[in-house]
Design a protein around this ligand. Structure first.
Ligand SMILES: *Cc1c(COP(=O)(O)O)cnc(C)c1O
Length: 841
């Protein structure tokens, strides 16, 4: 058809079910299967065909059907019960925040992607789902919290495999009237529009409201008639296009995002940048301060003091760095707007890159984000460590362990990913309010009260559902690719519900090593085809459109799945999204993850599987290094890294096969009781992982470690017309200017050997070059087996510093002395980045 126009005819909801529309526009339904059922029952086919989307379902269902359910007693009873739960949730007075953090300042959270539900495809993978889950738990906990993101009107992409298993990408233009969003309105009732200058173009940005329980998400959209065709596409695709587009999207997210908050009068005191994509929000916040009369450096202090930055990956592709020339095209007017030189501004983001054999200064989003914040974290304990090492070059003279990057280990939103069947079962042993205290480890011990049979019944039920889902999807794919009738018919017998089933699904980034399982094909064939104890596998995952090696992995697995020895027993599903993810984490018996350590910063899908009683089987990287306790799943390989990647892959593959053959398969089929039983592993995985890796625990950690302190700090720094920001900025300028002229020499009276508890006299002579001696911390640093202890030397007031430094334990020490400038109010000692090590005297 040649479309000349479009119109949406809204349904007339009968009064008895009138609130179906209100509920459709609150993503509360996305973690409430009973609420989803109200829509799917209206028309299961429409529900499935249109991506399980309540707004769309209401639009598509015939009026007659609505009129019928409106008088259906059964339906109305369920409707009332869901609405009662919804109202209770929305109106809960005693939230976690009201009881535990009443003084908390409002948080604005910025992320490039959000995964809330498959019907809103503005996410690509783990980062987005994490951000979506973060918002859901912020709502559950009752935090003062607003999120900012982008409305990609073609989403990420729909993945299609061709008949050779090669990934093709399809982009569908979303019809916004079918999404659970509404135009955001300014306090005076106008539809919110903000504008931002990118290069020489003034770009209009529309702002949408997305309601997630008690909180809201503002989504930015440039697809408005005021903009040129090109500019309308700025918010077309997530991670699409080239670097030019990326930078412009970052300007939008950061700058237009702040403007949207202001236009809507949204309170925000603490700013959380989820990944470096959001770092340019610092520019706009500094501009606001500069406009209000502050100088650039004072403004920077003020802005950074209330900002948190979370870094999510050590992988280079996840840490954008752009040439200065590229940045000039889109940031050209910013130095002037901020009253700062281009040099000084870019220096804050500088990360020299080796491009084509040449060292070039580049604008790193991660470095800029670190400079725009006064708190930073990685997403697991090991990732914190890896990040400190990775970014220590920003703190010359510091040891990696001192680099001010902490960690909060990721979690997942339990209710979003736990099957209704498992929730119902859990409700039989957990307290009534269990969904409000998911982080409570004691509470979860009640899972011990679930019998082996109860658990296996639920798991068999969800496994059957998953297999039915897989068969239907494979059938669709076969038909589309023109497969033979025999091949299409074969999809009816794919996989078997009584076979141990292992799932592997995630983005197909190469470091995740999706094909590791196939390293020894014969051994794998023996495992899969064991006559009494067979094993089957289901794979899924998208490769980034530009990632040909990732696509080759997909194709390799696809081809393997067609080999005679693996047919029907190894399948790879297309279009991994949150819908596929839910089916898999709920339906498989084991969740597999074998990234190349230490590149998986956290990983979260294994947590989702554990919530459903599917133990995790993974490399000891990211969250699993913390989560594995010897009873709740299995490790792959050892806790170490390898210099030779091939050796690492061999060792990990070997370990994978061996654990599968010797431990997992015998346990699953063995029929043992007690601690050797399968059910024991299932219970342990549910009760240990659910609380510790709940998103609720994660967000509480963010509140306590970062949101509360940054709220206080931000206020203190900004008080009295930014008095403290001025002091700190002025002091840093002065100290940085003098630093080249300071010097320090030291002497340590060290015996060749001594006994624990003895002391060594250490002294230093300092030339402070005009810096006040009170503002210099002079300290001895003892390095014993890589572990640092620091001991302050006391000032004698004449430039000499000394102390009797205790040598507490036996061992080999290296001793150094250094000097660091400090004043009250710094977020940490390395904030100036200035460290001077003493020469020996
Ligand atoms: C949880 C999730 C991810 C993250 O998976 P990892 O194994 O942690 O990389 C990616 N995509 C979807 C759709 C998810 O639900």
């Amino acid at each position: 058809m040649n479309v000349i126009g479009k119109v949406t005819v809204l349904p007339q909801l009968p009064p008895s079910i009138a609130r179906l529309s209100e509920l459709a526009y609150n993503l509360y339904w996305s973690w409430t299967p009973h609420a989803q059922a109200l829509y799917s029952e209206l028309d299961p086919q429409v529900w499935e065909n249109f991506g399980q989307n309540p707004v769309r379902t209401l639009l598509e269902v015939p009026q007659a059907r609505l009129d019928t359910v409106a008088t259906d007693k059964d339906y109305l009873a369920r409707y009332k019960s869901v609405m009662a739960d919804f109202d209770a949730y929305m109106n809960l007075k005693k939230t976690w925040a009201s009881q535990n953090a009443p003084e908390m300042q409002p948080v604005a959270y910025f992320s490039m992607e959000y995964g809330f539900h498959e019907s809103l495809p503005i996410y690509s993978g783990g980062l987005g789902v994490l951000a979506g889950d973060h918002c859901k738990s912020a709502s559950d906990l009752g935090l003062p919290f607003t999120a900012v993101g982008m409305l990609f009107h073609q989403g990420y992409f729909r993945q299609l495999f061709d008949k050779d298993g090669w990934q093709n990408e399809a982009y569908d233009e979303l019809d916004l009237t079918t999404l659970p969003i509404t135009p955001a309105r300014t306090p005076d009732g106008q539809e919110a529009r903000v504008s931002v200058r990118i290069g020489h173009r003034e770009i209009a940005v529309r702002v949408w409201n997305l309601t997630v329980g008690r909180i809201r998400v503002l989504l930015l959209d440039t697809n408005v008639p005021e903009n040129s065709e090109e500019d309308r596409k700025l918010t077309a695709r997530l991670y699409g296009g080239n670097q030019e587009l990326r930078v412009q999207q970052y300007v939008l997210l950061g700058v237009a995002g702040i403007r949207a908050l202001r236009a809507l009068d949204v309170p925000a005191s603490v700013y959380h940048m989820n990944e470096g994509h959001a770092a340019l929000l610092g520019l706009e916040r500094i501009r606001e301060c500069v406009d209000a009369g502050l100088d650039f450096r004072t403004a920077l202090e003020s802005v950074a003091s209330s900002t948190l930055f979370t870094t999510h990956t050590p992988v280079a592709a996840g840490n954008d760095a752009f040439t200065y020339e590229l940045m000039d095209r889109y940031l050209e007017q910013w130095p002037e707007l901020l009253s700062v030189s281009r040099h000084e501004l870019y220096e804050l983001a500088r990360h020299d890159q080796n491009w084509d054999g040449q060292t070039v200064p580049a604008f790193s989003m991660t470095v800029f984000a670190l400079r725009m914040s006064r708190a930073a974290n990685g997403v697991s304990e090991l990732h914190g460590e890896v990040s400190r090492d990775m970014w220590k070059f920003l703190y010359p003279g510091a040891e990696a362990e001192e680099v001010p990057i902490g960690h909060v280990t990721n979690g997942a939103h339990n209710l979003t990913f736990t099957s209704q069947a498992m929730r119902d079962l859990l409700s039989t042993v957990l307290p009534k309010d269990w969904t409000e205290r998911l982080e409570d480890e004691e509470m979860w011990k009640a899972v011990d009260g679930l019998s082996d049979a109860q658990l296996s019944n639920v798991q068999l039920e969800t496994k059957r559902e998953m297999i039915a889902f897989i068969r239907a999807r494979m059938r669709e794919q076969m038909l589309r690719n023109g497969a033979s009738a025999a091949d299409v018919a074969a999809t009816d017998t794919l996989m078997d519900a009584n076979t141990l089933t292992i799932g592997f699904a995630r983005r197909f980034a190469t470091y995740k090593r999706a094909t590791l399982l196939f390293r020894d094909r014969e051994r794998l064939a023996r495992i899969v085809n064991h006559p009494d104890r067979p094993v089957q596998f289901v794979f899924a995952g998208k490769a980034h459109p530009a990632d040909n090696p990732g696509k080759a992995f997909i194709q390799e697995i696809y081809r393997m799945s067609q080999e005679p020895e693996f047919r029907g027993k190894i399948v790879i599903l297309e279009n991994y999204d949150m819908n596929v993810a839910r089916h898999l984490v709920q339906g498989v018996d084991i969740w597999l993850n074998n990234p190349r350590r230490p590149l998986e910063a956290s990983g979260t899908s294994g947590m989702k599987a554990s919530f459903n009683g599917s133990p995790n089987f993974s490399v000891l990287d990211g969250w699993w290094r913390e989560g594995y306790d010897g009873t709740n799943g299995w490790p792959i390989g050892e806790e170490r890294e390898y210099a030779d990647l091939n050796v690492q892959d061999d060792a990990d593959a070997f370990s994978l096969y061996q654990t599968l053959e010797d431990e997992i398969v015998p346990r699953y089929y063995g029929g043992a009781t007690g601690e050797d039983s399968w059910a024991y592993s299932v219970r342990r995985s549910i009760e240990t992982v659910s609380p510790r890796f709940s998103m609720q625990r994660q967000v509480i950690d963010y509140v306590q470690r970062y949101y509360l302190p940054l709220g206080k700090r931000g206020q203190a720094v900004a008080a009295n017309h930014n008095a403290e920001a001025r002091t700190i900025a002025g002091w840093k300028t002065w100290v940085r200017q003098q630093w080249p002229y300071v010097s320090i020499s030291a002497h340590a009276e060290l015996p060749a050997t001594c006994h624990p508890g003895q002391t060594a006299p250490i002294s230093a002579q300092v030339n402070p070059a005009g810096i006040s001696l009170e503002e210099l911390r002079v300290e001895a640093v003892l390095n014993r087996a890589g572990h640092l202890t620091r001991f302050p030397l006391a000032s004698r007031g004449d430039g000499t510093f000394s102390a009797e430094v205790p040598l507490e334990e036996s061992g080999l020490y290296s001793v150094g002395v250094r000097m660091i400038p400090e004043i009250d109010g710094l977020s940490n000692e390395l904030e100036t980045g200035l460290i001077k090590w003493a020469t020996a005297r």
